[in-house]
Design a protein around this ligand. Structure first.
Ligand SMILES: Cc1cc2nc3c(=O)[nH]c(=O)nc-3n(C[C@H](O)[C@H](O)[C@H](O)COP(=O)(O)OP(=O)(O)OC[C@H]3O[C@@H](n4cnc5c(N)ncnc54)[C@H](O)[C@@H]3O)c2cc1C
Ligand code: SF4
Length: 514
C-alpha cells in the first residue's frame, strides 16, 4: 500500500540554481508555489463565521454539488465545535479537505452567498471549510467508522474523488471495498493534477489514508483490463464502480509534435507535483496551447517556475474560452501573454532538427454561431506567422476512455465517449456496473465527482440489498447535467436482507448531530 508514503526529497531542495533554463533558484520557486489561499487563523475564522446570516434553505448549500449543509458547519465553527463542523462537511463530501482548496467557489457556494449581494463580499466558505477539516486532519481524528460487515464486496476502479467518495459511503454501510488504481499514489487528479499553489499532494493523500482507515483496501499500480481482467473482478465482487476518469491529453495533430520540448500539460503538472524542481522542464519562452482550466494552470505554473515569456494560444477569444474568470485573472496577474484568435499549424525544429524552435500559427476569423452556439472559426487567408518558442505545452483537454469502456460488456457510452448512467443511481446498462466522475460527465470538478460517488454508493446498496439509503446532501437535486442519461428502473437484487440500514452500521443519513 503506497498512499501514506510521499516521495518528496526535501534534502534536495537547496538554494542552488536549477540545471535547466530558469533564472530562479529553488528558494524563489518554493516561494512562488506557496498556497494562494492560506489558512485562516482562529480569530479570522471566528470573525468570518460570525458574518454568516445562517440562511434557511441556504443558496450556498444548493449551489454546492455535494450539498454540504454550509450554514450548519459554519455555525459550529462560530461555537468552536470544529469536530462537529468537520462531521457536517465530511458527511456530505468525503473529500471535503481537498474541495476546500480546489473548488471554484466563485461559481459554486460563494457565488450563491447572499452576502455577496448585500455586502459585495461573500462568506469565505472554502477557507472556513478548510479551517474545520484541517483541524480533524491535523489531529488525525476519524469522524466515521466502518459499518458492521454485511458480507458483500464492491470493487472500485480508480482512487480519484469519485472512487474515494463511493468507497467511503460503502464502507460506512458495511461493504468490503477494494480500490484498484494504476497509479502509485491514491487520489487521482487531486494528487496528480491540481495546481501546486492550490493544494499539495499531502492533502489528497491524507484524505485517501482516511478512507483506508475505514477498512477500504487499496491495490495500487494495478491496471484493470491489463493486470486484472473484468471477468476476474466480476467474479470476486457483488458490484463494480467505475471511477476511471479520463485519458491522455488530446493530440494537436500537426507536424513537429514529437520534437523535444513538446510536453503534455498533464505530464508537466504531474512533474511539478513532485516538487522536485530541478526535474521539472522549463524554458525561457513557453507556449501553452488551449484555453481551458488546465491550460491556465499550465501558464501560471510555467511563469512561477521562472519562464520569462509565457504565451497562451487559443483559436477563439476570451469570451469563448472554457476557463473560469478567476483562472484568467490569476494568469493576467502573472503577466501571461494571450494570443487570441490564433491557431498552431506546425512546430518548427532548430537547426539540428530535434528541438522546438518556433510555433507556426495562423490568425483565425470568427463567423456566425453554429448549432452549438459557438462562433465558427476559420483561417484568415495568408495569415501564417512564426513565434519563436523553446517549449510547448499541449492543453487541449483529455481524451475519453473509449478503449477501456469498449472492453466492458454492456457498459454503453454516448457519441462523445461519456458513460451512460441512470442519473439517480449511477447504474450503467450492465446492472453490475455503476459509474461516476469525469468518465460520466466528460470532465468537470472534483466536487461533482464526489457527489456522483455518493449517489453510486446509494445505487449499489439498492442493487445489492434492495434497500434505500440516503446520505447527507443526496436529496437535493443534482445540479449537473448528465449526458445521455437513462431512466432505467433499478433492478432489484435477488439477495435482499431484511436488515435496516442502521443495523448495517450507517451512522448518519442526513443532518449531523455533533
Ligand atoms: C490539470 C487539471 C487541473 C484540475 N484542477 C481542478 C481544480 O482546481 N478544482 C477542481 O475541482 N477540479 C479540478 N480538475 C478536475 C478534477 O481533477 C476532476 O474532475 C476529478 O479529479 C475527477 O475525478 P474522477 O474520480 O472522476 O477521476 P480522476 O481524478 O481522474 O481519477 C481516476 C483514477 O482512475 C485511475 N484509473 C484509470 N483507469 C484505470 C484502470 N484501468 N485501472 C485502474 N485504475 C485506473 C487513474 O489512475 C486515476 O487515479 C482538474 C483537472 C485537471 C486535468
Ligand atoms: S465542497 Fe466546494 S462547493 Fe461545496 S461548500 Fe465546499 S467549497 Fe463550496
Amino acid at each position: 500500500m503506497a498512499i501514506d508514503k510521499l516521495n518528496i526529497n526535501r534534502a534536495s531542495l537547496n538554494a542552488m540554481s536549477l540545471t535547466h533554463d530558469s533564472p530562479l533558484n529553488i528558494e524563489q520557486i518554493e516561494r512562488n508555489f506557496r498556497e494562494i489561499a492560506p489558512p485562516l487563523s482562529k480569530a479570522e475564522a471566528i470573525l468570518e463565521s460570525n458574518r454568516c446570516v445562517y440562511c434557511y434553505d441556504a443558496p450556498c448549500t444548493r449551489a454546492c454539488p455535494t450539498h454540504i449543509d454550509v450554514p450548519a458547519f459554519i455555525k459550529k465553527i462560530a461555537s468552536e465545535n470544529l469536530t462537529g463542523s468537520a462531521r457536517v462537511i465530511f458527511d456530505a463530501n468525503p473529500i471535503g479537505a481537498t474541495c476546500a482548496r480546489v473548488c471554484p467557489v466563485d461559481v459554486l457556494c460563494e457565488g450563491a452567498c447572499v452576502e455577496k449581494t448585500l455586502m459585495a463580499k461573500p462568506i469565505e466558505i472554502g477557507r472556513l471549510q478548510r479551517y474545520a477539516t484541517d483541524y480533524v486532519m491535523r489531529e488525525k481524528r476519524d469522524i466515521f467508522t466502518a459499518g458492521q460487515s454485511n458480507g458483500k464486496s464492491v470493487a472500485v476502479i480508480g482512487s480519484g474523488p469519485a472512487g474515494l467518495s463511493c468507497a467511503t459511503y460503502l464502507a460506512r454501510l458495511g461493504y468490503a471495498v477494494t480500490i484498484y488504481d494504476k497509479k502509485t499514489f491514491a487520489g487521482g487528479l487531486d494528487t496528480y493534477g491540481m495546481a501546486e499553489y492550490k493544494m499539495t499532494q499531502r492533502v489528497s493523500i491524507d484524505e485517501a489514508a482516511r478512507v483506508e482507515r475505514l477498512g477500504v483496501k487499496f491495490i495500487m499500480n494495478t491496471e484493470i483490463g491489463l493486470d486484472v481482467s473484468f471477468d476476474d473482478l466480476e467474479a470476486a465482487h457483488d458490484a463494480i464502480f467505475l471511477g476511471a476518469g479520463l485519458g491522455a491529453t488530446t493530440r494537436l495533430n500537426i507536424p513537429g509534435e514529437k520534437l523535444t520540448g513538446v510536453y503534455d500539460a498533464l505530464d508537466f503538472i504531474e512533474r511539478i507535483k513532485t516538487r522536485d524542481w530541478a526535474g521539472v522542464p522549463i524554458a525561457r519562452t513557453v507556449a501553452v496551447i488551449g484555453a481551458g482550466n488546465t491550460a491556465f494552470d499550465a501558464v501560471t505554473q510555467a511563469k512561477r517556475l521562472g519562464a520569462e515569456r509565457v504565451l497562451l494560444i487559443y483559436r477563439r477569444t476570451s469570451r469563448e474560452m472554457p476557463a473560469y474568470e478567476y483562472e484568467y485573472e490569476l494568469a493576467k496577474k502573472d503577466a501571461v501573454e494571450f494570443w487570441w484568435q490564433t491557431a498552431p499549424v506546425e512546430i518548427l525544429a532548430d537547426e539540428k532538427g530535434s528541438h522546438v524552435a518556433a510555433l507556426r500559427c495562423v490568425r483565425m476569423e470568427l463567423g456566425e454561431p453554429d448549432a452549438s452556439g459557438r462562433r465558427v472559426a476559420s483561417i484568415a487567408p495568408g495569415s501564417e506567422f512564426n513565434i519563436p518558442v523553446e517549449m510547448i505545452i499541449k492543453a487541449l483537454g483529455q481524451q475519453k476512455m473509449r478503449p477501456l469502456l469498449e472492453t466492458i460488456p454492456d457498459v454503453k457510452s454516448d457519441e462523445a465517449g461519456r458513460v451512460i448512467v441512470n442519473k439517480a443511481t449511477m447504474q450503467t446498462n450492465n446492472p453490475k456496473y455503476f459509474a461516476g466522475g469525469d468518465c460520466v460527465n466528460g470532465g468537470r470538478e472534483a466536487v461533482d465527482a464526489a457527489q456522483m460517488g455518493k449517489l453510486a454508493a446509494q445505487g449499489i446498496h439498492k442493487f445489492v440489498t434492495g434497500e434505500d439509503v440516503e446520505f447527507a446532501g443526496a436529496r437535493l437535486p443534482f445540479i449537473e447535467k448528465i449526458y445521455g442519461e437513462m431512466e432505467a428502473a433499478i433492478p432489484v437484487a435477488s439477495n435482499n436482507p431484511a436488515a435496516s440500514a442502521e443495523s448495517l452500521g450507517v451512522k448518519s443519513y442526513g443532518n449531523s448531530s455533533s
